[in-house]
Design a protein around this ligand. Structure first.
Ligand code: GLN
Length: 534
């Protein structure tokens, strides 16, 4: 029987359950176990693709093209695994599957109910995800006590079929708030949240407390007493400066030993040297020279909207031994503001996005970077904007645009493929991994060092192939191309120190221990710019 770890949360949301789950995954991986990770999301959307990044942060895209919760990005980065669509179970997905089956007559004669039909559907997905793995870590979104998460918690409860099972561990994460007026950490909310969990039938084996300050032994004993777990199973996770420190914070308190004991697992290896070195390097970051990158996007006010991008830039900065200073630019600002920000930057990055708001400001900032030799990296929408800017300024096609923003333009340099036209919006996104062939003797080839790559996509519009010849004639090279579907993947300026736009999202493939080369080289070029070398 495969082993499962269920992670629930109490008191409030946004406690960092994703980071805790990922850190546990990292610890167990360092012990040599094969780990799979699942996120259960209690909302009724079938996937995260239709949700606003303003509310829910970034939509993470898996290799197989699922649009998922951003926690899957943490899982991939911490545990160094490639998740799939099966790693994100939403209430919308399970309900729609049940209703589908019901309509097809799969339950003829039965009353279809939350228990057992919905819970069975959820359990089947847990079991499917365990195939080929030693341990599956399941994070249950939401907070204990929410109506929506009940079916998931009930399914998790049912997984422990007998009281003496050594196959399941329940970990509950709660908040221990600090009251400044009395200078005290308070355990009452944790008591209540454990009671709530017990009402549902789950007895936690380990409790992780989130707090602003470290918990002392007395408080740990107190929480242990009322929640019937040994004091060594109370693990405290106080706020730390960087999230990549959390695995070692948990390790120091014996989280891995507790879990292995409960699951009756043994391991003679523990290898975390590379990870620990990475964390040490982040710790030194404040003593390093800064590199200032302007990030010009629509969702700059909520940093989680660009979670993977921020992490990818951090990985690359660490690799280059510099401190990252990201200057967010709202491109609806005036030209003066944009001028000023770009002038004071060492590099410009335009991330992916949808819709026309702020587009002209993005195009203007790219123009400045192009003309002033400032390193530029355009991602998805950023690449499309670079193509529009080039067509307008260099090719003289004044009305060049993407048909996403102007359906009537005479020069649709960014357009829909023929087979996408007249189809409903929902079904036309290019999602997940697609191959790209890279031309030799290009910046792209210098970056990747190979001619065939796979990168993840999430977009609807494409570079219009009718413009390839005129772009190339004026030194905007098409350096990456999807030969099978005949789609432009990478464009780059020949007479510029670093100017590259990619139709895909490289940020989803960057990992702390293997930073993505596009970001590493972009930061390297930006450092050169800072040193006045370009
Ligand atoms: N809005 C653009 C498209 O749909 C770009 C998408 C993106 O940047 N992810 O093609």
């Amino acid at each position: 029987m495969p082993k499962y770890i269920f992670i629930t949360g109490g008191v409030v949301s946004s406690l960092g359950k994703g980071i805790t789950s990922s850190s546990i995954g990292r610890l167990l991986k360092s012990h040599g176990f094969k780990i799979n990770m699942i996120k259960c999301d209690p909302y009724l959307n079938v996937d995260a693709g239709t949700m606003s990044p303003f509310q829910h942060g970034e939509v993470f895209v898996t290799e197989d093209g699922a649009e998922t919760d951003l926690d899957l990005g943490h899982y991939e980065r911490f545990v160094d695994i490639n998740t799939t669509a099966d790693s994100n179970i939403t209430a919308g997905k399970v309900y729609s599957s049940i209703i589908d089956k019901e309509r097809k007559g799969a339950y003829l004669g039965q009353t279809v109910q939350v228990i057992p039909h919905l819970t069975n559907e959820i359990k089947e997905r847990f079991i499917k995800a365990s195939d080929g793995y030693d341990i599956v870590i399941v994070e249950i979104g939401g907070t204990v006590g929410d109506i929506e998460s009940l079916p998931f918690l009930e399914a998790a409860r049912q997984m422990r079929t007998n009281r003496n099972s050594n196959d399941i561990v329940y970990i509950h994460l709660t908040l221990v708030p600090y009251l400044s007026s009395s200078d005290e950490l308070k355990t009452k909310p944790t008591q209540h949240s454990v009671m709530k969990l017990r009402e549902i039938g789950i007895d936690p084996d380990i409790i992780v407390t989130r707090s602003e300050k470290p918990l002392d032994a007395d408080l740990k004993r107190k929480i242990a007493l009322f929640s019937s777990v040994p004091p060594e199973a109370i693990i405290e996770a106080h706020d730390v400066k960087n999230i990549y420190e959390v695995p070692s914070l948990l390790k120091r308190q014996g989280m891995d030993e507790q879990i292995m004991m409960l699951l009756r697992l043994r391991s003679n290896i523990y290898n975390s040297t590379e990870w620990d070195n990475f964390v040490k390097n982040i710790d030194m970051i404040d003593s390093l020279k800064k590199v200032r990158i302007v990030m010009a996007g629509k969702y700059v006010k909520l940093k989680d909207s660009y979670k993977s991008l921020n992490e990818a830039l951090l990985h690359a900065a660490i690799e280059n031994g510099v401190k990252l200073d990201i200057d967010y630019l709202d491109t609806e600002e005036s030209k003066d503001v944009i001028d000023d920000k770009i002038k004071n930057s060492n590099g410009l990055i335009i991330p992916g996005g949808f819709g026309g708001r702020g587009i002209e400001g993005k195009i203007y900032s790219i123009k400045l970077a192009r003309e002033q030799n400032i390193p530029f990296l355009g991602i998805c929408l950023g690449m499309q904007c670079a193509a529009i800017e080039f067509a307008r300024s260099v090719l003289g096609l004044k009305d060049a645009n993407s048909i996403e923003f102007n359906t009537k333009t005479k020069n649709p340099v960014i357009t829909l493929m023929e087979n996408q036209k007249n189809v409903n919006k929902g079904g036309t996104m290019r999602l997940g991994n697609y191959p790209c062939t890279i031309k030799k003797n290009t910046l792209a080839y210098k970056i990747y060092g190979k001619t065939l790559i796979q990168e993840r996509h999430r977009h609807r519009f494409e570079f219009n192939n009718n413009y390839i010849r005129v772009f190339e004639a004026k030194n905007m090279a098409i350096s990456g191309f999807n030969r099978k579907d005949k789609l432009v993947e990478i464009i780059e300026l020949k007479k510029h120190p670093f100017f590259i736009g990619v139709q895909f999202h490289p940020e989803f493939n960057s990992r702390p221990l293997s930073p993505h080369p596009l970001f590493v080289e972009f930061i390297k070029a930006s450092v050169k710019r800072r040193e006045n070398e370009i």
